[in-house]
Design a protein around this ligand. Structure first.
Ligand code: 13P
Ligand code: SF4
Length: 311
């Protein structure tokens, strides 16, 4: 999609007037990625949000990512283009439900590791946060004498168990996009492109991960495809990732995988964001992220622990 020049000019002017920084996730549309100051995975975006000296963070991603930016840098105004940009993983683990579960299982003395795709309330109930980029490291750093409860993604959780050998109790959440990739759909594309490398996100199911040459976060996909000798890659994650790869790894071929509900594996939440909504958010400074200070302060601790551990 080619962005209207006046819209791009408006955004750049407003960005300057507001002293704003535009952060975008790898799943955003090409036009948003092109206008952003930084494009990355959840981990890279959390670091950028914490370190920025801008007054306003315009976060093009989903709500939990913008909320994370506010938690680690509360003095900033954090706006997002569409307040309805949620996440099926976040929805699968409501804070009150986790709170009740931990109360009912208090005797277990769980060490709770929460995938960053969750609400501030869930983060506030956790001991440490992780992303797909550092989950193995975070689990390896967990106290050896306490049982781990891993929330909310059962697929990322089982992949981490495979990698570390550490047993964990898993919350039964999943990403509605990644669980739609099937063994058969990947195999069919592999058959059409013999020799192509299959690169999958750890939110995919075990059956799909088994067919992958590499399982990693969206950021690590960029380095893997750049450094690998192969020139063709089957990309088993959300469609926006292909824009990032095509921009940063020119000359190689990236093949998307359709899901049952979508020819190109779009996340309906990520795709709610548009340049128009970004312009409006910078102009109106809303929608913006707010939360009770006690929740923010409690959620900040396990997030800072994560940032410290993954340096
Ligand atoms: P990454 O941190 O690997 O970018 O993953 C975020 C996400 O939402 C995957 O669906
Ligand atoms: Fe959430 Fe899945 Fe969308 Fe990522 S792709 S934001 S995990 S629904």
């Amino acid at each position: 999609m080619v962005a209207a020049p006046s819209l791009v000019e408006d955004i750049l002017r407003l960005k300057k007037e507001r002293n704003a920084v535009i952060l975008a996730h790898n799943y955003q549309t090409r036009d948003i990625q092109e206008i952003a100051d930084f494009v990355g995975d959840s981990l890279g975006l959390a670091y950028k949000a914490k370190e920025t000296s801008a007054d306003v963070i315009a976060f093009c991603g989903v709500h939990f990512m913008a909320e994370t930016a506010k938690i680690v840098n509360p003095g900033k105004t954090v706006v997002l283009p569409d307040a309805d940009a949620g996440c099926s993983l976040e929805q699968s683990c409501p804070g009150p439900q986790l709170e009740a579960f931990l109360k009912a299982n208090a005797a277990k003395n769980y060490y709770v590791i929460a995938y960053i795709n969750c609400s501030a309330h869930v983060k506030a109930l956790s001991d440490c946060i992780c992303t797909s980029g550092n989950a193995v490291k975070i689990v390896q750093a967990a106290p050896p004498d306490r049982p781990i409860l891993f929330v909310p993604d059962q697929n990322l959780g089982s992949w981490v168990m495979e990698q570390t050998g550490r047993k964990m109790d898993l919350w039964k959440g999943s990403c509605y996009v990644h669980v739609e990739f099937t063994r058969d759909s990947i195999q069919a594309i592999k058959d059409q492109h013999p020799g192509a490398q299959v690169v999958a996100h750890p939110e995919c199911t075990y059956a799909v991960r088994m067919l992958a040459d590499e399982v990693c976060s969206t950021e690590k996909m960029v380095a893997y495809c750049r450094d690998h000798l192969s020139d063709t890659f089957i990309i088993v994650t959300e469609s926006g990732m292909l824009h990032r790869l095509e921009r940063e790894v020119p000359g190689k071929r990236f093949i998307p995988v359709p899901t049952g509900h979508c020819a190109c594996a779009d996340c309906r939440y990520m795709k709610l964001n548009t340049l128009q909504k970004l312009r409006d958010a910078l102009r109106d400074l809303k929608p913006h992220v707010e939360m009770p200070e006690d929740i923010r302060a409690r959620a900040e601790k396990p997030l800072l622990r994560m940032l410290e551990l993954s340096r």
